[in-house]
Design a protein around this ligand. Structure first.
Ligand code: ZN
Ligand code: ZN
Length: 415
């Protein structure tokens, strides 16, 4: 494998992406350490990030790289008992690093279908073991203790999945251009472009927070859903402040404004509008019915068995942990591409997530205990899986505590 950037990846834009990750995504502070994970194929970007991080005064940059071939070796040759193992010692260390104010960067770029040919039961066991072991670190990410950021690298294996008809160089170029445009590094001054984008998202969240809706009502093809919002919920979008006081942009790209639904106040039916790529399986045409916040019926035309397994993870896996609004006219939606990756696909449409909530999406969220979050309706689970329910046919009303309704979305756009 070559670790040089592919000739079809524009080196200027790749350098800008690294700069945006450090200056906007993380807003890395002088003296702060950085822990980062990436596929080995993304090494050209990892090197650029290390360069920008040290120029910004980073203390120590510690990368951990993963490799698709090594992952496949595990699934082909590991003993059966090995699928219940995960490196908890590593995640405990990562949790300690976060407790010491280390920033976190994740670069995504793996082939989203890497495990599609492997035994789904083994994939599920490996994921569950990993989720459990990862808990000490995930808590600090979900609780927004430190500044963190996810960005994407246009790896060849991902590009081949998205553009199967193209030769590799052309596919990588298309994916690279799509990532660069969505991440706003196709502009001359991407840092300024991000500041303007953050201001626009901030206006939406301020309006929603002023409305104090008790619930949202969704209607559209296959959807008639009343989604209660958590007590004292707070809408967020774009840049926000981590508990360590650093204002960062966790996701690049991002087009969503989002908050916490009430885990016990969701009722009705909702249908997915895009396929969900989950650990190498496509789950398509999902339709679920909620009663008192809990999924009591779940169907899918593809991947139904995997969906059923996901819902069995724990009690919180059947309940919602996030609701997000994204207009149908968002640039990622308009690209018409399915990335098979949540970081991109969730920014193409309104979505909801099964599982763990973000405690930062509450008024004074930084000071709430897990028990207070649960009392206000925040959900708890080992999983957090976003799936798309938005389209140009969806209408959303906000419902106030007195029952009055305010149009929020009409035909997929802000009303
Ligand atoms: Zn989201
Ligand atoms: Zn989410």
């Amino acid at each position: 494998m070559s670790t040089l950037p592919s000739a079809s990846i524009d080196p200027v834009k790749l350098d800008r992406l690294a700069e945006v990750a450090v200056k906007i995504g993380l807003r890395l502070q002088a003296g702060q350490d950085l822990f980062l994970t990436a596929p080995v194929a993304a090494l050209p970007l990892v090197r650029k990030i290390a360069e920008h991080a040290y120029k910004a005064g980073a203390g120590l940059v510690t990368p951990i790289l993963s490799d698709e071939e090594i992952t496949l070796s595990r699934f082909r040759y590991s003993s059966d008992a090995g699928f219940d193992r995960a490196p908890s010692w590593l995640y405990e260390g990562v949790g300690k690093a976060f407790a010491n104010n280390t920033a976190r960067l994740a670069i995504v770029g793996d082939n989203p279908m890497l495990l599609s040919g492997e035994d789904p039961a083994k994939v599920a066991r490996a994921n569950k073991a990993n989720s459990i072991a990862y808990q000490p670190a995930l808590e600090k990410i979900a609780g927004f203790d430190i500044n963190w950021n996810i960005i994407a690298y246009p790896s060849a294996s991902w590009a081949r999945q998205m553009f199967p008809g193209e030769d590799e160089a052309a596919a990588v170029k298309k994916l690279a251009d799509a990532i660069f445009a969505a991440s706003r590094v196709d502009r001359d001054d991407p840092v300024a472009a991000w500041e303007a984008h953050n201001a626009a998202l901030g206006k939406r969240t301020a309006w929603l927070n002023g409305q104090r809706f008790a619930s949202l009502h969704y209607s559209g093809p296959g959807t008639d859903l009343t989604l209660g919002l958590a007590d004292d919920h707070e809408w967020q979008g774009g840049a926000s402040m981590a508990k360590n006081g650093i204002v960062c942009n966790p996701n690049i790209p991002t087009e969503e404004v989002f908050t916490t639904p009430h885990a016990r106040r969701v009722s009705g039916r909702v249908s997915s509008t895009k396929p969900l790529s989950y650990q190498g399986t496509l789950i398509d045409e999902i339709s679920v019915r909620f009663e008192e916040g809990r999924i009591v019926e779940a169907k899918a035309t593809k991947g139904e068995a995997v969906l059923a397994q996901v819902l069995e993870t724990d009690d919180g896996a059947r309940r919602l942990g996030e609701v997000a609004l994204v207009p149908h006219s968002s640039p990622i939606s308009q690209s018409g591409l399915l990335f098979f990756n949540t970081l991109f696909d969730e920014n193409a449409a309104c979505h909801i997530a099964l599982g763990q909530c973000y405690s930062k999406c509450f008024l004074d969220g930084a000071n709430l205990t897990p028990e207070q979050v649960a009392e206000k309706g925040g959900n708890k689970s080992l999983i957090h899986i976003d799936w798309m329910i938005g389209s140009d046919k969806i209408d959303i009303d906000g419902i106030k505590p007195d029952g009055s309704r305010v149009p929020v979305f009409r035909k997929g756009e802000w009303a």
